[in-house]
Write a protein that binds this ligand. Structure first.
Ligand code: UD1
Length: 453
């Protein structure tokens, strides 16, 4: 896994050169890929493990940049992390440094999740401003307000967030929107708090439930109730635990789309069907033939694909991270498709890169293809109309974020002519060995080094 220097401050620099991927048209992609535990799950489990007395083991871990970044953050706090090809071992050291170094500013969304655990371990915490992909404002107000409601003093400055609390206490919290990250912050803060926390409006994404199950294994008292309600009764201590991560549903959908977009067929192993229900139905409505077994899922479209109208939503709706491969798929479906993004107002920032490759996509600030969403009276361009079938052409593009990055590979795979993709570290932050996976499916893909800044 190559990690370019700008992911880390100088103390954490591990590599100075960045690479580009050169992709040639190579026909239908066919074959088998195995997806491992999700990027969105693994790093949260690593953070949760710091709450346990004793060793925790996270199995079926993916080889993604996010793991390396999170491991460096944890080590800086005094947590031992050992990474082997498929497992991650986490064990708290004797002394905790409650400050996540500022060198980690803007790298990913993980530091904010460390606030609650650090308050439990050290009574205070500092985390630098969180990053993530440029897909919206991505505020952290729900996290901050939840910690305040649990009794923490929290100060937000230009550099980061300071928090203090002798002991967090359970309380009633209602989230204004079922945020994945805020639900995870509340889970990891409430498990060791004094008394009961009742969370309403919680996210129910499979990765959130997976985290709750891991915390339960560590000794936490968590009840998942109907209607987005989670009740957590604080305990005095948690112990280490071992868990096996379920396959990444974003990767699984993306590889199914890779097969369909190129007129081929990819068999995806490692992701249970129940993580993909809405995605599978969407593909079937578009005319794909699905083969679903207990070992793998595959999709093909010998008769071609039809246009569709899809709206992204919280679980169990069509997830926002499936939207980017879907958009490329729309360009290869017959007719006009409509996409309405309702989770992140700025998630369509990648469209210009796809337009450069010949995708006929137009974006709008109104709500198309579904009821009005939170962004209906804003200027946010969060709907798209896509014309298919478009003839795609290779281009030189810079990838703006992780999910968009993968979609550019999909477009390049279906395009005529060579594509040069820059910023591929975005893809490697969140997908398990994507270069090797694409090569094994028959894509003509080459790496080339370019001098880093
Ligand atoms: C996580 C996933 C991301 C996925 C998203 C939704 C990780 C690392 N990332 O992101 O891949 O697309 O869930 O499934 O797991 N919000 C606020 N204030 C807050 C927190 C969130 O207004 O304090 C808003 C966001 O701006 C967004 C919405 O809530 O509009 C959903 O965000 P959230 O579910 O928190 O996404 P993340 O946890 O950041």
């Amino acid at each position: 896994m190559s990690i370019p220097m700008r992911w880390f401050g100088s103390r954490y620099a591990v590599q100075v050169n960045e690479e580009v991927w050169l992709i040639e048209p190579s026909g239908p992609l066919r074959g088998d890929v195995e997806v491992r535990g999700s990027k969105n799950g693994v790093s949260k489990h690593m953070v949760a493990a710091m709450l346990g007395d004793g060793e925790s083991m996270i199995q079926n871990a993916p080889d993604v940049g996010e793991v390396g970044i999170t491991a460096e953050m944890l080590r800086a706090l005094g947590i031992n992390v050992e990474i082997t090809p498929r497992e991650i071992l986490v064990e708290r050291g004797p002394e905790i440094n409650p400050r996540v170094p500022e060198a980690f500013t803007g790298l990913n969304r993980i530091p904010i999740l460390m606030l609650g655990p650090l308050l439990h371990l050290a009574g205070e915490a500092f985390v630098p401003l969180v990053g993530g992909d440029p897909i919206g404002r991505r505020p952290v107000d729900f996290h901050v307000e939840a910690l305040r409601a649990m009794g923490a003093e929290v100060e937000v400055s230009d550099t980061g967030i300071h928090a203090k609390a002798k002991r967090l206490r359970g309380t009633r919290i209602e989230l204004p929107y079922p945020s994945v990250g805020a639900t995870e912050t509340i889970l990891m803060s409430a498990v060791l708090a004094e008394g009961k926390t009742v969370l309403k409006g919680a996210a129910t994404e499979p990765e959130v439930v997976e985290l709750a199950l891991f915390l339960q294994r560590m000794g936490a008292l968590i009840e998942l109730s109907p209607d987005r309600r989670i009740v957590i009764e604080g305990v005095d201590r948690l112990h280490g635990a071992s868990t096996w991560l379920n396959g990444d549903r974003i990767e699984a959908f993306s590889y199914l789309a890779a097969g369909l977009i190129t007129g081929g067929q990819v068999r995806v192993h490692g992701c249970p069907q129940d993580r993909l229900v809405t995605a599978i139905t969407t593909l079937a409505r578009m005319g794909a033939q699905l083969d679903i077994t207990d070992d793998y899922l595959s999709a093909s479209a010998p008769g071609g694909l039809r246009a569709a109208a899809v709206q992204t939503d919280t679980h169990p709706g069509f997830m926002t991270d499936w939207q980017t491969p879907l958009m490329v798929l729309f360009t290869q479906a017959q007719g006009m498709s409509v996409l309405h993004e309702t989770v992140f107002e700025n998630r369509l920032v990648y469209v210009p890169a796809l337009q450069k490759m010949g995708c006929e996509i137009e974006v709008f600030d109104v709500c198309l293809g579904g009821p009005a969403c939170r962004y209906h009276d804003t200027n946010a361009k969060h709907s798209a109309v896509v014309r298919g079938v478009s003839k795609l052409r290779g281009a030189d593009v810079t990838l703006p974020d992780i999910r968009a990055g993968f979609s550019a590979v999909l477009a390049a795979a279906a395009a005529e002519g060579t594509s040069t993709l820059r910023g591929v570290h975005h893809i490697e932050r969140g997908y398990h060995r994507p270069f090797e996976q694409f090569a094994s499916l028959g894509l003509d893909i080459r790496r080339e080094k370019v001098q880093g800044e």
